[in-house]
Design a protein around this ligand. Sequence first.
Ligand SMILES: [Zn+2]
Length: 291
Amino acid sequence: MAELDRQIRIIDRDKNIRVFLARTTHLVEEARLRHETSATATAALGRVMTAAVMMASDLKGGEDSLTIRVKGDGPAGTIIATADTWGGVRGFIANPAADLPEAARGKLAVGQLVGKHGSLEVVKDLGLKQPFSGRIELVSGEIAEDLAQYFFVSEQVPTLVALGVLITTDLSVQAAGGLIVQAMPGANDKVLKIIEENILRLGTISNLMDSHPALEEIAPLIMKGIEYEIVAEDDFGFRCKCSRDKLLQILQGLSPEEKRDLQQEENIEIICNFCRQRYLYKPEELDREIN
Ligand SMILES: [Zn+2]
């Protein structure tokens, strides 16, 4: 039985690289259940959410948050994941039922579902007037490659990214996780080469997560030949920031005509895009707000 979802952060002794290693099996399974995603959509959304969790752990302030928005030309439509520094993460996929046949035996067609053309944008809300944002053209729609491109182009950091979701025959998530390896300024090329070779030898990240019940067993495989230290540990889980009041505010923002239409209903139902939570309102609740 594998451990619960968690993340560890690793730095080598001479500070050439830093590594984020996360297990996200339960998180991705919860996203699947909430959004009723197809196998390929689970993998696409799961990869984006896994990346968001790892990247948000690098934010400093308590109220900071990080959003990854992937807009490809494939059948999945837009995919969004937002994570905060407290380990809360939520996700959205425009067409959760969209699916495609496997790209190869045992390989879900995530790149085709997302689309090879489009953009990946990262927005870091750091509590400043203007959030930081960087945007790149998609490389493959497989998400990991696209993120590596984002890090290189928008943040000028050479980065290796691996993201994976393993789906069982009943469509549930068997294992999910991610790995981000970043070169620090002035990093020794030798160390980068060793770690790159280690990772290539290890196979997919989802299989690694599946076959090793603890991240501490995977770390020495990735860091083989390099002295290192685990410098941080983080927990996280699916958490949405929606509330009855927040969604009522959205109803208040509708046009007078739209509100009048809604008020013909006995109950007004609104469902949060990010967590699929249903909220019910009485027509008079809108009235109170209008007057
Ligand atoms: Zn919600």
